[in-house]
Each structure stands twice: as structure tokens, then as C-alpha cells.
Design a protein around this ligand. Structure first.
Ligand code: NIG
Ligand code: FE
Length: 410
């Protein structure tokens, strides 16, 4: 039974402008906006003047701000943030001229992080990884995709995925887990990549049965897995009803983007070397292009993704940090947006859409990424005068408050 004084909102935020991103284009600006939520879900998004209860009496908490902008919580749709150790020494080697591939072939690269992850127990891995998730959250990310891929055996992949889940619970944010067992060939399978893929296919149903897997990914590359091996893994994933995404065409064009699209992939990621046929295949299946300007920047790449072709064919472009110890030690999605603007010439609006609406799509999530009634109450209050500033500043602290599920988390 409702009485006249029963709160209709758990929270009501007033005094800021909104960038809802709810339409097909533009920021979806609402000057002098109001945002109301209840039970973790947005129940009012619009001008303050049109509030059904004004002045507001029926809210448990009213947050009055003096300007600023509210956007949807950012969605980081590609991270490897669960890992142990770091690889600063390799960074030095690369600056002295060694390539990422040379270091990988010499047993460094991903495999050096695999050794560190295998040596860490679950609590130690959580302790090392949590501050990275906190940093991303503090700069506005309320949903994180987190991949495995540094365990490369059943127990250690499981450990990584369990840590990813624990991060979501600990911080009260959305976490989507991706099994990336096909990231690199572990030493015990040297020369037997097909046998390793068979093993990964065998673990997958067990990990899935434990509720640890939301999607399946692979590194399809000369130093990773072949298209044929990727195809076998993806067949197994789809048979379990799991969506796929792919590290595609990062260092060379192996037709990865088209392969991801062939399996109805949520996304093809990196995509620097993707050719026109790949772009068309992605457009036909609605596969999102996830741009990872952090890795592009750190590896000092020069080959740009086919940005104009993505635009021309209507392929949605997401932006993510790719937070990882090797190629993208990047702890701010806003910074990734800035790099996407600088290196890939995305407009700040495209970058913001890429880190919200399109990133949510790259994770198959329809309940977030834009401010609209019925969406999760994930939002950020920024100390800025215009939303373009989110793709403009390098560093600094712009997020005044970050809410996930209707609760202040940072
Ligand atoms: O997305 N390309 C493969 N995976 C990561 C790098 C991981 C690592 O070097 O540890 C990436 O760039
Ligand atoms: Fe990656």
C-alpha cells in the first residue's frame, strides 16, 4: 500500500546537466536536469522543471549539485586487469629496440605474466588486482569486462575468473568475465597448440558450470592461435550458448574480424589490420569494433584501424583500456578516450559513445550505457563545463561522484 508520504525515489540528483546518450546521435543534452532512481534502477531522467514531485519531498536522499555534467557510468569492455607483477623491464627493452613479438618468442611477454599469476594464490591475486579496478572505477567506469588468459591451465584460469567475480562483489560494480584460455601457448604444450586448444575446450563447460564465464575470447595471431584453432574453440563456446569476442587483426590480418562475425561475435577487438571484407562481415552481423588506443600508443603502432570504413558501413566503435601489464598499462578509460581522439581522430562524442553505449553492446548488455528510465542507475557526476572535456583532458581528476546500482561507489 502506498501512502502519500512514501518515497518514490531512493535518490534524486539535481543541479547538473545530463548527457544521456539516449538518442542515436548527439550527447542527448538536458540542461538543468534531474535523475531519480529506485532499487538500483533509473526511474526519472529529464529536466528538473518536469519532475512529477517538485519541490522534491518524496526522495530518501536528494543530492543538490552546483553544476557539472552527469553521464552514464563508463563501461570498460576489454581489460586484462587481473594479473600479478608488472613488465616495466620489457617496456625498457622495447624502448631499446626489441619488438613485442621478439620478446614473446623469447619466453617473455604474456608468458612472464603467466609465471607470476601461477605463483600467486587467489587472495594475493585479488590484492594485486583490486587497486587497478578501483582506479578505473574512480575515473568513472562502473562496468568492467575482465579476461582470464594468464593462467593457461584449468586451475589458474579458474583462479583468475574467481578473482574477477570477487572484484565485482567487493566494489559493487558490474563485472563481465571472459575466458581467454587461448591467449598464449603455455610452455608445457610447446609445439602442441592443437592439443592445448583441445584441453581448453574441455575446461570450458566446467568453468561455465561454475558461473565463471560470460563470454569466450582468443588471441588470433601469428604469436597466438590460428584461425582454424580459434574456429574450433568458438564452435565449442557457441555449443554452450556462450557469446564470443576476438583479439583480431592486431599485428597482422589473419581474417580475424570476419571470423568473429561468422560466429555472431559480440566484438572484434584491436582491428588495426582489418581489411574491407572484415568490416563488411562485421556490419552484416552487428559485431562491434573495440578500439584499443592504449596498446596502439604503447606499442608505437602506426597502422590505423579502418575508421572511415567502420563509419561508412555503420559498424559501432567502442573504446576500451585493454588494461594489461604488457601493451597497455592504462588505468583510466577516460584516458583511453583521449588517446582514441588523438590517435584515431574520434570525435569526443564518438569516444564517449564508444565508452558507454557501444561498449555495453560489445558486452551484450542492454541495461546500461545510456541514461534512460529502466536502465541500471550507473552514472558519473563530472566537474566539467561540457561533455567534450571527457575526451580532451589527459589525467587529472574529473569525476566528483561515481554511482553504480544507485549507490555511491567512488
Ligand atoms: O590485448 N594481444 C594480446 N593480449 C593483450 C596483451 C597481453 C599482454 O601482453 O600481457 C592485448 O594487447
Ligand atoms: Fe587485450
Amino acid at each position: 500500500m502506498t501512502t502519500a508520504s512514501a518515497p518514490i525515489w531512493d535518490g534524486l540528483l539535481l543541479g547538473a546537466s545530463l548527457a544521456t546518450l539516449a538518442g542515436a546521435q548527439g550527447y542527448g543534452e538536458v540542461a538543468d536536469g534531474a535523475l531519480g532512481w529506485r532499487d538500483g534502477v533509473l526511474t526519472y531522467v529529464g529536466p528538473r522543471a518536469a519532475l512529477p514531485d517538485a519541490p522534491p519531498r518524496l526522495a530518501r536522499e536528494v543530492i543538490e549539485t552546483d553544476g557539472g555534467w552527469v553521464t552514464p557510468g563508463l563501461v570498460d569492455c576489454h581489460t586484462h586487469l587481473v594479473f600479478a607483477g608488472e613488465r616495466a623491464r620489457e617496456f625498457e627493452l622495447r624502448l631499446q629496440g626489441a619488438s613485442y613479438e621478439e620478446i614473446a618468442r623469447a619466453g617473455g611477454g604474456i608468458l612472464s605474466t603467466v609465471r607470476a599469476v601461477r605463483a600467486a594464490d587467489e587472495d594475493a591475486l585479488l590484492r594485486q588486482s583490486l587497486p587497478r579496478a578501483q582506479a578505473l572505477l574512480a575515473d568513472g567506469a562502473t562496468t568492467l569486462e575482465i579476461k582470464s588468459g594468464y593462467g593457461l591451465d584449468y586451475e589458474n584460469e579458474r583462479k583468475m575468473l574467481r578473482v574477477a567475480r570477487r572484484i565485482g562483489v567487493e566494489l559493487g560494480i558490474g563485472v563481465r568475465t571472459t575466458c581467454l584460455a587461448a591467449h598464449a601457448l603455455p610452455p608445457e604444450y610447446a609445439g602442441r597448440a592443437d592439443a592445448y586448444v583441445d584441453a581448453a575446450i574441455e575446461w570450458l563447460p566446467r568453468l561455465h558450470a561454475e558461473g565463471l564465464v560470460d563470454a569466450v575470447d582468443a588471441f588470433c595471431e601469428g604469436i597466438g592461435f590460428s584461425p582454424a584453432q580459434t574456429r574450433r574453440l568458438f564452435g565449442a563456446a557457441r555449443a554452450l550458448g556462450l557469446p564470443v569476442k576476438l583479439h583480431a587483426d592486431q599485428l597482422s590480418d589473419l581474417g580475424g574480424a570476419a571470423l568473429a562475425a561468422e560466429f555472431g561475435g559480440l566484438s572484434a577487438d584491436h582491428v588495426e589490420h582489418t581489411c574491407d571484407a572484415g568490416v563488411r562481415a562485421m556490419a552484416a552481423r552487428g559485431t562491434v569494433a573495440v578500439l584499443l588506443p592504449g596498446a596502439f600508443h604503447v606499442l608505437r603502432e602506426t597502422k590505423l584501424p579502418p575508421l572511415d570504413a567502420f563509419r561508412a558501413h555503420g559498424v559501432a566503435m567502442a573504446v576500451a583500456t585493454d588494461c594489461n601489464p604488457g601493451t597497455s598499462p592504462l588505468l583510466s578509460l577516460r584516458q583511453a578516450m583521449q588517446l582514441a581522439c588523438t590517435h584515431f581522430r574520434l570525435t569526443p562524442e564518438e569516444a564517449l559513445r564508444g565508452a558507454t553505449v557501444h561498449a555495453a553492446r560489445a558486452l551484450g548488455l542492454a541495461d546500461r550505457g545510456a541514461l534512460r528510465v529502466g536502465a541500471r542507475a550507473d552514472f558519473v557526476l563530472w566537474d566539467i563545463g561540457h561533455p567534450a572535456e571527457l575526451g580532451y583532458w589527459l589525467g587529472g581528476r574529473l569525476a566528483r561522484a561515481v554511482y553504480a546500482g544507485g549507490r555511491k561507489r567512488a
